[in-house]
Design a protein around this ligand. Structure first.
Ligand code: SF4
Length: 549
């Protein structure tokens, strides 16, 4: 197979981001449902061809089953673009593949010459042929980053011969990107997003793209927080060129994680009544957003909204017509927050953006007195889980050795082993909604079961699809919002994601998670064993990232 391109060239995305200070223009393309020769697909291909090599556009990013709908794979469209020398980003969403499917697709992407991969968990799949699909969510965006990290280092795989030595596969050269949603309205949603960004960077993310949003203060906040916490990687800001139907859909949370406030919706409705249905207004609005991104220090724009090339050019032309300092006014103008929205930094009255002062109410909520007060409303299940962990399940706990001794003496299949598993379930099902996955993540998520309480089974932090603290599916509060509140009551929230990447071991389903913990079979024990053996682990990546912070 001929590989169109795989090494960094002078105009590769990697080179532009890491060796130049050029402001990158990325345009999102969406594939469609049906064969590549269907009219809708050929429209996307013809736009892609016109965009390829077209002057203002550096990068074409191709979506992957957006909105949870089945579309043709982005690499079908991207391969021709690569052959034309166009830089392409494949948006890789994990929702439709298990880890073998993920790895297989990564080998295919690497072989075809796609290096730039934007790691996404993906929206919950909602439509499919003859009914709703069975969601996969085996691994999430962090797991995908970890797989790429291992493949870039040369993946070690077991020998196919019995007793043979493992061997190492040829290294890939993925340039992994990550998504971050800074447009969250409550503290317990926003800060876990920042913590997850940290975990993604420690797992190999090298650049980031924000979610779509219309708030310059939140964009500034993300940059400031990242700089203050050793996470200052190159970031592109998403600009979706709005229209009234899209504003209505975003306002009713029609796309998970994308927000349009009521004020912005009214503005969109007002301009939609004009003769050009607000086109000129929305183009200028998008151009102002790009100017703000440039002014704040973002490395580029990720432009979306299914636009023809003429409108893309128009937006970019308007932006270049602005004066160098105009963005300051635009930044004050484009701040569409919900009433009472949380901001990590206080507002700077001069710029309207963030000052260096952390939100004083937030700081007050972290005083000993305030924490003691909030501890009173922490559920008993969390307190009991914490106590049991500290007494028995923690590797250094007094009871750990005794419990291991007991489990070593009873086999899984023995009568006593089955009774012990039954006793475990009798506690965990009513207390935590345990689903008997055998690889327990209760201590990872403040004693909430991701199997029963998170539709995407997110074990490495929140997915980004929540709104006002509510899960993107149904009307329950996101488990990571609750996990933040529970851990904050003990002053431990900052470290809630300061740990290795969790991969649930599917082979353990239906077995005793307690036995697996004490006998070294669950994900915690496996990570500990790799650490002890000196094998490179995600903890090492974390430590090495920390040492360069
Ligand atoms: S519970 Fe939270 S992490 Fe899980 S799917 Fe809902 S919003 Fe995403």
């Amino acid at each position: 197979m001929t590989q169109p391109t795989s090494s960094p060239t002078s105009d590769s995305f990697r080179h532009l981001l890491t060796n130049t200070d050029r402001f990158i223009v990325a345009v999102e393309l969406e594939t469609s449902r049906g064969l590549a020769m269907e009219e809708s697909s050929s429209r996307a291909l013809s736009l892609a061809r016109r965009l390829a090599g077209s002057n203002p556009v550096d990068l074409i990013c191709i979506t992957d089953n957006p909105g949870g709908n089945p579309h043709i794979r982005p690499e079908v469209l991207g391969y021709e673009l690569l052959a034309r020398g166009q830089e392409v980003v494949i948006n890789f969403s994990c929702k439709d593949y298990n880890r073998n499917g993920v790895e297989s697709r990564l080998w295919s992407l690497g072989s075809l010459g796609f290096d730039n991969v934007l790691a996404l968990t993906g929206d919950y799949p909602i439509t499919g042929h003859a009914g709703g699909p069975q969601p996969v969510f085996d691994i999430d965006s962090v797991g995908l980053l970890e797989v790429m990290r291992h493949m870039n280092g040369g993946l070690e795989v077991p020998s196919r011969r019995a007793g043979g030595d493992p061997y190492t596969l040829r290294q890939t050269s993925f340039f992994p990107g990550v998504a971050i949603n800074p447009y969250k309205s409550v503290e317990s949603e926003l800060l876990p997003q920042f913590f997850k960004l940290g975990l993604k960077l420690r797992t190999g993310g090298e650049w980031a793209v924000t979610q779509i949003g219309y708030d310059s203060r939140k964009l500034d906040e993300l940059k400031k927080y990242a700089a203050a916490n050793g996470m200052d990687i190159p970031m592109l800001g998403s600009v979706f060129v709005l229209n009234a139907p899209a504003a209505r859909m975003f306002n009713r949370n029609g796309i998970p994680g994308v927000t349009v406030s009521d004020d912005l919706l009214h503005l969109a409705e007002k301009h939609a009544r004009s003769e050009d249905r607000g086109r000129a207004f929305f183009e200028e609005f998008a151009a102002k957003q790009i100017a703000v991104l440039r002014g704040i220090g973002y490395r580029g724009v990720y432009l979306s909204g299914r636009l023809p090339l003429s409108r893309i050019r128009r937006v970019l032309e308007i932006e270049t017509s602005f004066g160098a300092d105009d963005w300051h006014d635009f930044a004050k103008e484009i701040q569409y927050q919900k009433p009472g929205e949380f901001n990590y930094y206080e507002r700077d009255p001069g710029t309207g953006l963030c000052s260096d002062q952390v939100n004083h109410r937030y700081l007050e909520s972290k005083t000993d007195r305030a924490l003691k007060r909030s501890r009173r409303s922490v559920p008993l299940a969390y307190k009991a889980g914490r106590a049991a962990h500290n007494l028995v399940f923690d590797r250094g706990a007094l009871g750990f050795g005794a419990a291991r001794w007991a489990y070593e003496r009873v086999g899984n299949r023995s009568r006593t082993g089955k009774l012990m598993h039954f006793a475990e379930q009798a506690v965990k099902i009513p207390a935590f909604g345990c689903q008997d996955c055998g690889d327990c993540s209760l201590p990872d998520i403040a004693y909430m079961c991701p199997e029963s309480q998170c539709v995407k089974n997110q074990r490495n932090g929140p997915c980004g699809g929540s709104h006002d603290g509510i899960c993107e599916i149904g009307d329950k509060r996101c488990i990571w919002v609750k996990a933040y509140e529970r851990t904050k009551a003990y002053g431990e929230e900052d470290g809630m994601l300061d740990r290795p990447v969790v991969f649930k071991n599917g082979a353990l389903r239906g077995s005793s998670a307690w036995a697996n913990a004490f006998l070294g079979r669950d994900h915690n024990a496996q990570e500990h064993a790799r650490d002890e053996a000196g094998a490179p682990t995600s903890s090492d990546a974390r430590r090495s990232a920390e040492s360069t912070d």
